[in-house]
Write a protein that binds this ligand. Structure first.
Ligand code: ZN
Length: 59
């Protein structure tokens, strides 16, 4: 049960862009993998990984 809980959010990630223009990372302004038209929070792979580390399930 707890293992499955750690996988939440995989269905809520923004769509990957097929190509430029890409949205800017909201943290470091680097281009992300997401389309510029995406209205949500977009993070570059680096910041996304760091956020994942911060919010990762303990244990
Ligand atoms: Zn970033």
């Amino acid at each position: 049960m707890s293992d499955d809980y750690c996988l939440i959010g995989t269905d809520e990630k923004p769509p990957k862009a097929d190509g430029p223009p890409y949205a800017e990372c909201v943290l470091c302004r680097e281009p992300t993998e997401y389309p510029e038209s995406y209205k949500g929070i977009t993070l570059c792979p680096v910041c996304e990984w760091q956020e994942a580390q911060r919010t990762a399930c303990s244990g």
